[in-house]
Design a protein around this ligand. Sequence first.
Ligand SMILES: [Zn+2]
Length: 432
Amino acid sequence: MGIKDVVPNEVGIEMYGLISRLYPICRSITGDGLRETLNIIREYIPLEMHEVPSGTKVFDWTVPKEWNIRDAYISHSNGERIVDFQKSNLHVVNYSSPIKKRISLAELKEHLFTLPDQPEWIPYRTSYYKESWGFCLSHNQFLELKDEEYEVCIDASLKEGHLTYGEYYLQGTTEDEFLISCHVCHPSLCNDNLSGIALATYLAKHLTALSLRYSYRFLFIPGTIGSITWLSLNEDRVSRVKHGLVVAGVGDSGKFTYKKSRRGDAEIDRAAIQILKESGDDYEIIDFFPYGYDERQYCSPGFNLPVGCLMRTPQSRYPEYHTSADNLDFVKPEFLEDSFSKYLAVVNIIEENRRYVNQNPKCEPQLGKRKLYERIGGQREMAVDQLALLWVLNMSDGAHSLLDIATLAQLPFGKLQSAAHLLREKMLLREI
Ligand SMILES: [Zn+2]
């Protein structure tokens, strides 16, 4: 009956498959890796591609030059590569300027980044808004470097071009929108960036087949500059966004975390919290703070949109974050599937959270003569269903939504949703 009852089979395995396809691509906030990623997503959903020219003013920011990279390495003077972009795209500081020269170890060291605490892992580093170059490598590899001359080469270009982003709009029966936003700008990192992309893609694909009250807008954008650009280009339409979620970090084994919108008590905040409460799993709720993913832009004071972030372990709270260890072993189909079903359950609440008016408000209507006992009788959960009917009837005064009633009654939203459907069939409720 409800949206949440139709979680597709093996969706976690399919999401993992998409992550595996996208993993090798060297993405950045602009460039061909980002385009290739969006083109692959277009095989799943009909994404609209947007190209915004470098130099475009977007609020206090400017769309940067476009970065593309073909190859990069550090080699011995005999040509043997010791750090090779072809083996891991994390080896190059993302957005590095092109360079090709011979260099001493002392000078080279000023451009090298490692993680002494995690000596096996390669860190992920960027330099978007300051032109520089650098390499990332494991600390163990760094310790093996001898005092000799090296050749460094970054065969990249940083030129006037475009910032690319993808948008998929799914029309519902109202113009009010539910925004789902994910970042698509990280190279080979699975939980950070690819898990969100996979969830947004499969959620969009799934919702496409359903008839929905809200219109859904899915954004696949480079972090920070992408949301700033989208908000700047769509300022006149932003007020249509009634609910929103930033999707990130949904493939790791950690417990769920919901970061509230800046408003703190928006319907999306209450729906996400309700789902986590009902799940029976361990979870954490955190208040909004102005750091993290693109909720920072959506929740800036000039917009203050009702956009939260539903994730598993928050960024920077796991050691693998922004390192080569955020790989295909770090995310698992079962966690992706669990995340998908929680997102779908939140969508279900938002779609079904309606206000009704009891059409028989003077004393309780006689449920027996309307066969409402028979409809639910004989089941072990009868008592709860009975209670759900009574709660919905009593609180449906036009002021309380089903989610309000779920909170008051401390009953699962789905029970009240089923009760409301039954009562509507019996003409005991009218939607307002
Ligand atoms: Zn990140």
